[in-house]
Design a binder for this molecule. Structure first.
Ligand code: PMP
Length: 404
């Protein structure tokens, strides 16, 4: 009989040449268990998804309750479904009053597509500006604004009228002009290696958008929902976007995304043409119920407020001269090494030691630390000890190679 691992390589589309290929049997809290019963501490949360851990009891309860009532019943926006309305209200209750209307979709990329379309429709402009090393998804529109030319070249032609400028460089903001429909920025760049901008840059970005009438889209698909120590990362910078995109952590393990704007702005999607954006599965009731439970846990238990002290604990316990820097904010951190090769060897050793981590798309020399926010002090120390050990073994290996 063919094993699950063989089926994985035979039948599943492979996009990575080096998949981790850990066969997961179950997951609970911060722990993943493979098919041989080995336990792993999850330092990446399925890339910033399992924000309150795997299978949080409140999320499971909400899913069960909804399961008993109904699953999909109609395309998005026709029937009145309380999981959707309650979640939209809850999201808006956490945001500044100008962000008071939510369009639910199924993923981060779709949230970006919707936000880009809304900005074009509302501004009647076509130009889009985004940032070097920015990642916004893998669909055509989202890929058009990706800040990495080599990843895009095989998929051209992409959207016309896009311009990529430098993140955290105030001078480059002059390229935003009165032909610009929108500027799309991750509040904290994820795949670039957890790059935090200066407050002055974010203020200047907001001002330049105001001056030119370009809509500011902040992508918090990776950095939102409490990951950086505030519920929304833009709160660190004292600015408010015109459109906010969210996904990943929002669903607590189920797929959901959203773009949020003012009611006036969002209203543009109802005419010229009518049904300006359509989604069959957007706002799936089960996903909305899971998302509402997730958000309620994070807000009621103030889980996100502890991200900053946990960041400090990681930084205090990760000490080695191979570490060139630790970037990021809260529990969205990147440990910078000399090269991808060195980082990959350290990551592989971590996985052997029962610590799941990986690297970043546009910063392959950086090791990702984005555990569920519920990770406790003891688990942080355990993770740091294993990472330090993996680095020491790397140093030992290097020494041996020099001697031979
Ligand atoms: N924006 C950002 C900042 C992301 O990190 C990602 C996913 N890594 C996306 C958009 C795309 O999300 P999805 O994979 O759900 O389409």
């Amino acid at each position: 009989m063919i094993s699950t691992k063989e089926e994985f390589f035979k039948y599943l589309a492979q996009t990575s040449t080096i998949p981790m290929a850990v066969e997961i049997d179950k997951a609970e809290g911060v722990w993943l268990y493979d098919n041989k019963g080995k336990r792993y501490l999850d330092l990446i949360s399925g890339i910033s998804v399992n924000i309150i851990g795997h299978r949080h009891p409140e999320v499971i309860k909400a899913i069960h309750n909804q399961l008993e009532k109904y699953l999909h019943v109609m395309v998005y926006g026709e029937f009145i479904l309380s999981p959707q309305t309650k979640l939209a209200q809850r999201i808006c209750s956490t945001l500044p009053s100008s962000l008071n209307n939510v369009f639910f979709v199924n993923s981060g990329s779709e949230a970006i597509e919707g936000a880009m379309k809304l900005s074009k429709r509302a501004s009647e402009r076509t130009k889009t500006i985004s940032f070097k090393n920015g990642y916004h998804g893998s669909t055509h529109g989202a890929m058009s604004i990706m800040g990495c030319e080599s990843a895009k070249n095989s998929f051209r032609p992409l959207l016309p009228d896009t311009d990529i400028i430098t993140f955290n460089d105030t001078d480059s903001l002059s390229r935003i002009d009165n032909k610009t429909a929108c500027v799309v920025a991750e509040t904290i760049q994820g795949e670039a290696g957890a790059i935090t901008p200066d407050k002055s840059f974010m203020k200047a970005l907001r001002e330049r958008c105001n001056e030119t009438g370009a809509l500011l889209i902040l992508d918090e698909i990776q950095c939102g929902v409490g990951r950086t120590g505030k519920l929304w990362a833009f709160e660190h910078y004292g600015i408010v976007p015109d459109i906010l995109t969210i996904a990943k952590g929002l669903g607590g393990g189920l797929p959901i995304g959203a773009f949020v704007a003012s009611k006036d702005l969002m209203h543009q999607l109802t005419h010229d043409p009518v049904l300006g954006h359509i989604s069959t599965f957007g706002g799936n009731p089960l996903c909305c119920a899971a998302a509402l439970a997730t958000l309620n846990v994070i807000i009621n238990e103030k889980t996100y407020l502890k991200a900053e002290s946990k960041e400090k604990l990681f930084k205090a316990n990760l000490k080695h001269h191979f570490i060139k820097s630790i970037k990021g904010k809260g529990l969205m951190l990147a440990i910078e090494f000399e090269s991808f090769e060195q980082n990959k060897r350290i990551i592989d050793r971590c996985i052997q030691k029962g610590i799941i981590t990986d690297w970043f798309l546009f910063a392959p020399h950086c090791l990702r630390i984005a555990p569920p926010l519920i990770i406790n002090e003891e688990q942080i120390i355990e993770a740091c000890n294993s990472i330090n050990e993996a680095i020491e073994e790397e140093e030992e290996e290097k020494r041996r190679k020099i001697i031979n």
